[in-house]
Design a protein around this ligand. Structure first.
Ligand SMILES: Nc1ncnc2c1ncn2[C@@H]1O[C@H](COP(=O)(O)OP(=O)(O)OP(=O)(O)O)[C@@H](O)[C@H]1O
Ligand SMILES: [Mg+2]
Length: 108
């Protein structure tokens, strides 16, 4: 999951720029933020980012446009949610919230 997002940041943000990953553990959930300093997304496209085969510009690099829809599928399957936005420094920012598992579920 974070791997898919990181691969994108590495692929789409300029070399040498920072990728910031924050993990916050709260009472019942984890929040993961991945933020890069690349071009971000056109505002109009933000609603389409998690659709299958979505690509901002098919001429840039090879890719199927599946990484983010797979990442979203994973998060949803774990009862979480994922959001995308452009950060203040223009890069892409993803916020993922995942509920932490209840320990009782591991008991058989
Ligand atoms: N961090 C990012 N910064 C800017 N644009 C991004 C970023 N991540 C994704 N994109 C844009 O969103 C599109 C979809 O990303 P996604 O990961 O779903 O597919 P992909 O990287 O094209 O192919 P793959 O299926 O190999 O991951 C990308 O083609 C790119 O245009
Ligand atoms: Mg990708």
């Amino acid at each position: 999951l974070t791997y898919n997002l990181l691969l994108n940041s590495i692929q789409y943000a300029p070399p040498g720029t920072k990728i910031n990953i924050t993990v916050i553990s709260e009472h019942n959930n984890f929040t993961i933020e991945v933020c890069d300093e690349g071009p971000g997304f056109p505002e109009k496209e933000l609603k389409n980012v998690f659709k299958k085969f979505f690509r901002v510009n098919s001429t840039n690099t090879g890719g199927l446009g599946l990484g983010l829809s797979i990442a979203k599928g994973f998060v949803v399957a774990h009862n979480g949610n994922i959001q995308v936005m452009n950060s203040k420094n223009k890069g892409a920012k993803f916020i993922i919230r995942l509920p932490s598992e209840k320990p009782e579920l591991h008991k058989i």
